[in-house]
Design a protein around this ligand. Structure first.
Ligand SMILES: [Zn+2]
Length: 185
């Protein structure tokens, strides 16, 4: 069982990163952003620049702006899997005193599973891009979003010479979930 960990960072009112905690580098590596994992930390950079896909960046911006405006925190569950582990996290965005935001992600639960090669960051890739939801880690199989293990089986990835490259987006279900959270406030 993996230790339950938390990673926090703080943003100014313009959504620039002004502080990251000691867990940051571990978190950046787990989130496939090794370029952000060593000093100089992305201090002064826009937090939105660290979000891989534009739809998610837009949703994060709306979430951040909501919390800035209403000074009410938001909590959203999301997944950040390792090849051999489903990792369930909770994202909390809260107002920071006197200004800006504090963002905290907490690992709430993990489940072991046989390693999914598709999630190995260094596996050789080729062929068509595969779309994965950056929030729940489901995979778009011809318009149907399924768990990564099911997608691997369904697309017969084991029989193919090499794994498809993965791009991140957001599935309709997560988009709906995040939009509901935005409307609820
Ligand atoms: Zn999703």
């Amino acid at each position: 069982m993996e230790e339950l960990t938390t990673c926090a960072y703080e943003l100014d009112a313009d959504l620039r990163i002004i502080w990251v905690d000691a867990r940051w580098s571990e978190f950046a590596i787990a989130n496939h952003a090794p370029e952000l994992a060593s000093p100089p930390w992305p201090l002064g950079q826009s937090a939105l620049a660290c979000v891989a896909d534009s739809t998610s960046a837009m949703l994060y911006e709306r979430l951040f702006q909501r919390v800035l405006r209403t000074r009410t925190s938001i909590a959203l569950p999301f997944r950040c899997d390792a090849p051999a582990r489903r990792r369930y996290l909770n994202l909390v965005i809260e107002p920071r005193t006197p200004a800006g935001l504090r963002v905290e992600t907490t690992l709430t639960r993990t489940e072991e599973r046989p390693a999914v090669a598709l999630l190995e960051p260094n596996a050789p890739r080729g062929g068509d891009l595969l779309r994965m939801c950056g929030w729940c880690k489901s995979v778009d199989v011809a318009g149907r979003w399924c768990e990564v293990e099911d997608a691997v089986a369904e697309m017969r990835m084991f029989e193919r010479g090499c794994l498809p490259p993965v791009t991140h987006g957001i599935c309709p279900q997560c988009k709906e979930r995040v939009s509901r959270e935005l409307e609820a406030m």
